[in-house]
Unconditional design. Structure first.
Length: 162
């Protein structure tokens, strides 16, 4: 009889704990929906493309960040302070079938500010580029990650603010 009582108490505690998590779960679901709406044009998951050498090229992730330290992006965001002076685009390719190149094309508003050619080597490769910021660079930016043939693998949108 004591065992059943303890089971019911544990059951009822678990139910209460689950009920208390519902607002948190709802909030996370709302945030996930909002992120999906904001980044609707950004492909999710891995993006695959054939390389000029005949191998596969699979982009695992891409991000814009405040810095890249020891090959790892830090402080990824969608808004960056002009006071940083420099921002970075980091791309991680989980499969590189043959030597190839990609481009990080940096746009301020609709004006291409830089096109950075980056070499990739098999079997996996991560790389990054950066741009220096001036006071006149406040506003909307984007980086297009493209293959050497101009195929857009991903577009990363962000803003530079005060």
């Amino acid at each position: 009889m004591n065992i059943d009582s303890h089971s019911r108490i544990r059951s009822s505690l678990s139910t209460r704990q689950t009920l208390n998590l519902k607002p948190l779960i709802c909030l996370l679901a709302i945030m996930a929906c909002a992120a999906t709406a904001v980044f609707a044009d950004a492909p999710s998951g891995e993006i695959s493309s054939p390389t000029a050498g005949g191998g596969q090229l699979i982009l695992g992730s891409a991000t814009v960040s405040e810095a890249v330290k020891n090959g790892i992006p830090s402080n990824s965001a969608v808004a960056f302070s002009i006071s940083l002076g420099r921002i970075y685009c980091f791309t991680d390719f989980v499969e590189v079938g043959a030597k190839t190149v990609i481009y990080h094309n940096w746009y301020y508003r609709d004006d291409k500010r830089a096109s950075v050619k980056l070499a990739l080597r098999p079997p996996r490769w991560a790389t990054f580029s950066s741009v220096a910021l001036r006071d006149s660079d406040k506003g909307p930016w984007q980086v297009e990650v493209t293959t050497e043939n101009g195929e857009v693998l991903q577009i990363l949108r962000f803003s530079v603010i005060d």
